[in-house]
Design a protein around this ligand. Sequence first.
Ligand code: HEM
Ligand code: CA
Ligand code: CA
Length: 302
Amino acid sequence: IKQNQLSYNYYKLSCPNLESTIKKELLTLFLTDATAPAAFLRLMFHDCQVQGCDASILLDSNYDTHSSEMVSAKNFGIRKREIISDIKAILEEECPGQVSCADIIVLAAKVSVSLSGGPHIQIPLGRKDSRTSSFKEADAKLPSPTISVDQFISIFKSKGMSIEESVSILGAHTLGVGHCLNIVGRLYDQRIGDNMDLRFEASLRLTCPTEIPLTNITFVPNDMTPIIFDNEYYRDIMNGRGLFGIDSDISRDPRTAPFVMRFAMDHRYFFEVFSSAFVKLSSTNVLTNMQGEVRRKCNQVN
Ligand code: HEM
Ligand SMILES: [Ca+2]
Ligand SMILES: [Ca+2]
């Protein structure tokens, strides 16, 4: 794991009101769109998972130099990229040339968690933005909902997380939705050893009636309280109401199930472990100091 030089007071002099500006913008947005926090939380994961947390996911394709990561089907359902660009434009007025798009993504995710009822997480800052992006790397690195528990554990282990922290970071699925596209494989397959609740299964079949072609418009909540950051996700997956294969699998695998049970019973403890996992996810493999650049516009390199 690459050691990094992020700092907890990075913008103290160069952009002292950074966090309150972002919070103010997002509060206004969340009042009219309660589904937005989920979008920012997933956006951070999909940025950090590909080349590290460097805002590579925000770059549009440039025919000479790079393809957009958004071309990858694994980024299906990624929303609100343009809001990060809007916030960047506001920050360019307030503190020109200072704040990286990569830090804005991480701060938007942090604010999304706390404003949805989750923990208030302290995040070190100072990430730089990439000059490149690659849809091939996005395709290769973003996990599919059918990954095994082994693969799941190794993805987060590579970011310095324990199995307990890995189980906690998947608790991000306490927010948001999944599209039928990502569910039907599991729903219409012969499943052996699955514990899907029969009533839950029936309701999924109503929302996602066929394997094609409505599967990319209709969606289902990730847990029973999809706009609240709570520990409901863990109770849901224990009770056979996990949406994706991996959600269901961590509730049954002997390596992960004990943590699922503990988080289901103790939301404070979940918040604590999630906070430490969030810092690891957002601080691993980042560009700092002379690496990368601070983009002027989030969707293109300088
Ligand atoms: C093995 C790891 C993971 C897999 C396989 C996975 C898979 C998925 C899939 C298939 C969706 C549904 C996309 C759609 O159909 O629109 C989704 C949604 C979501 N994921 Fe994950 N995920 C993983 C880890 C994470 C992590 C680490 C986070 C955040 C820290 C996260 C946050 C979210 C959120 C918030 C949503 C809802 C998005 C929305 O409502 O727009 N996921 N995930
Ligand atoms: Ca990235
Ligand atoms: Ca929830």
